[in-house]
Design a protein around this ligand. Structure first.
Ligand SMILES: CC(C)(COP(=O)(O)OP(=O)(O)OC[C@H]1O[C@@H](n2cnc3c(N)ncnc32)[C@H](O)[C@@H]1OP(=O)(O)O)[C@@H](O)C(=O)NCCC(=O)NCCS
Length: 164
């Protein structure tokens, strides 16, 4: 699998329709852009339709101003049998500026689906550089912790769901 297929970068112009109540880009718009970049990356890597299984560790580090150029960079960090763990970073800058500022980061898990709607195997990603290996270790660590969080979530939701 060519390693250039491992990464997708999308760019958007933050426009007035994207505004939140505080005058900056709405968090939901950022999440949509993150999901689009992640989907393009996952689908390109696997060669199939993919679904979002999990969004983890999302951090809105800086607000994004309306009128700024926004770059959303999605990279395969780790692959499982049918899943792809994708690191997404969002950067923004004013149109007349040169310095990009990272505003948001998260890890998303996509699962490749076959035509019958079942998870299907994906090509394995083999880290090539020290930076790739660091990213894969980070995604593996986050995966282990999200499994713990998932068990915690299930244990709290079960009694609450019973009260519905
Ligand atoms: C994601 C989904 C296909 C997984 O189905 P499933 O029956 O759990 O399938 P499997 O047990 O075979 O798991 C498939 C893969 O998903 C991963 N996965 C499932 N749930 C996960 C979760 N909560 N977090 C991270 N990975 C998850 C599994 O680890 C497995 O990965 P692997 O094959 O690399 O080991 C299913 O839960 C689903 O369809 N969810 C809804 C997706 C959706 O509507 N997304 C929003 C719109 S795209």
């Amino acid at each position: 699998m060519p390693s250039e297929r491992r990464e997708v970068t999308l760019r958007f112009l933050a426009e007035p329709a994207d505004v939140n109540f505080g005058g900056k880009v709405h968090g939901g718009i950022l999440m949509k852009w993150i999901d689009q970049a992640g989907y393009a990356c996952a689908s390109g890597w696997s060669g199939s339709y993919c679904v979002t299984a999990y969004v983890g560790g999302i951090a809105f580090e800086q607000p994004v101003a309306i009128g700024h150029l926004v770059e959303v960079r999605a990279r395969i960090a780790l692959t499982g049998r049918t899943s792809m763990h994708i690191a997404v970073d969002v950067f923004s800058r004013g149109l007349r500026e040169t310095q990009w500022v990272r505003t948001t980061h998260c890890l998303i898990v996509f699962v490749a689906m076959d035509e019958a709607g079942r998870p299907q195997p994906v090509p394995a990603w083999t880290p090539e550089s020290d930076a790739d290996r660091l990213l894969a270790a980070y995604a593996g660590d986050m995966k282990a912790h999200s499994a713990q969080l998932e068990a915690l979530r299930a244990s709290w939701l079960a009694p609450m769901d019973g009260g519905r």
